[in-house]
Design a protein around this ligand. Sequence first.
Ligand code: HEM
Length: 339
Amino acid sequence: MMHRWDQAICDEVIQIQYEREFAHLAIDVLMALGYGGRNGQVERIAEWIHDYNCLALVNLILPGVQSYPLKLLFTRLLASKDAFKDAVAAAVKKRQEEKDSKCVDMLQALLGSSETSTQQVIAENMALIIAGTDIVAQTLTWTVHYLMLYPNAYDQATHEVRSTFARDHLITSAEARAQLPFTEACLYEALRICAATGVFLPRVVPKEGIWMQGHFLPGGTQLCVNVAGANHHRETWQNPRRFVPQRFIDNPQLKAQVLSFSSGARMCPGRSLALCEMLPVLANLLKNYSFATPKDAQFGSWSTDADGNPIAMPRRHLFTVVGPQNPDRDCQIIVQHAK
Ligand code: HEM
């Protein structure tokens, strides 16, 4: 991504739609880790993931969407899901046919498990691609958006990165975690203030039922954990509606209170990978480039609510992610080389 930006910038400034850039970056990273490298289908994978999320949301509202006659209304989404499944199945088959593959990646790890059938490997791979790409892209998108809304935080993170590392140094994840506490805090604060996690985390009460805060909930009841509610709870967070990365520097224990990766047995298994991926991406971008909001942007540090907090761009809730409602309008950024 940076190589492409460098070629486009030369001595000029360029305007970039960063949500799309991050979507492609997250797919590239997962393809490299999981499937032995880029496969040239980034655009199509982004579309499959989007369609799959839409279909899952429709299925939640209209269960049975895959059966006749309802399925006639959603032929495009269902065809997209089939194309996604076929592509994953083809990748699995190809790897199975390569005897003694030396690949060290997620696909090989799943194939190496003797207890997993081919159908399960395909399903697990689809789940990994869906779970591990869009949400990373949306988290980076919200982080950049909030840094643009809060120029002091942007300046502080940029100063931290540039005063710690030379321009030609590619910052690794370990270096970023050890030496860039404020930049890391910006990521946590974005995860808190606008979790890309989706609206709720559904759970089903076990058959014996449970007591919760003085109420008995019978077995089988469906519960939904309100992630945004927890991430904005006034008993835990001061000024919850303000983007304040400094809170994690003053009290590092607060990181454990951010519920965006969930908690407990079903906590996101990709949490460490996501942080290892997002932090160096953010740090290297802040080191190499200067960002500014375009003049015609609708949302910026100047447009504030009644409490004086900058208003964030409107969001759109899909099944597993919360992203910008209008990325082509609101995720534009002016980029030039850092001076
Ligand atoms: C910013 C990045 C990410 C966030 C905020 C996030 C958040 C979440 C959340 C909230 C869940 C649901 C947990 C629950 O139901 O309690 C989840 C599940 C999951 N995540 Fe992530 N995730 C991220 C990145 C990743 C990555 C990079 C991967 C893998 C490559 C991944 C793989 C998974 C998988 C496989 C599940 C399902 C786990 C299960 O069914 O038990 N996630 N994630």
